[in-house]
Design a protein around this ligand. Structure first.
Ligand SMILES: CC(C)(COP(=O)(O)OP(=O)(O)OC[C@H]1O[C@@H](n2cnc3c(N)ncnc32)[C@H](O)[C@@H]1OP(=O)(O)O)[C@@H](O)C(=O)NCCC(=O)NCCS
Length: 142
């Protein structure tokens, strides 16, 4: 017997509806955000724009961004369910955010890439800040 998966659709995230699925993605990747659900919920609610990838009712991907809504956008997290990676979902989520903050207005689209995700961002056309003769600085509690 063969089963057909529903198509993956991108929607603006609804925290009330999608939070359980979203935190499941952070858990699946072992990200520390999942250890404090209330704090993660605040982070998502205060993000400027957040999208989910839904396969039926299952949340198989999530991405969020913070912006001043004028010049700059910072992409915070992009997560795809481990069993749904390399199927174009991450690209679709990232493009939903990048299109929401188009380059003709938002001249700074920035993010910090996790180890192992650099190639993914390069495939999206993003380049290290050093390509522009710039240096990125970070103060991290890790
Ligand atoms: C990184 C991540 C979001 C990518 O999502 P995905 O759905 O697997 O990526 P896609 O299938 O949309 O891939 C888009 C392109 O990037 C490439 N790609 C994906 N992951 C890659 C990786 N880790 N390294 C190099 N290239 C990668 C794909 O081959 C594809 O290339 P193509 O355009 O030539 O076909 C996903 O692997 C993930 O959730 N990782 C764990 C969480 C994480 O580290 N997120 C990044 C936070 S900074």
């Amino acid at each position: 017997m063969t089963t057909t998966r529903p198509p993956v659709l991108i929607h603006e995230a609804d925290v009330a509806e999608h939070f359980a699925g979203i935190i499941g993605l952070y858990q699946a990747h072992g990200w520390t955000h999942a250890s404090d659900p209330a704090r993660l919920r605040i982070a998502i609610e205060h993000s400027s724009f957040a999208v989910v990838a839904l396969e039926g009712t299952r949340v198989v991907g999530f991405a969020r961004a913070m912006s001043d809504e004028a010049f700059a956008v910072y992409i915070a997290d992009i997560l795809v369910a481990p069993d749904r990676q390399r199927q174009g979902i991450g690209r679709t989520l990232a493009e939903a955010i990048l299109h929401h903050y188009p380059m003709d207005r938002f001249h700074h689209q920035v993010l910090v890439a996790e180890r192992g995700a650099e190639g993914f961002y390069r495939r999206l056309g993003m380049v290290p800040v050093t390509s522009f003769g710039l240096t990125a600085f970070i103060r991290s509690g890790r």
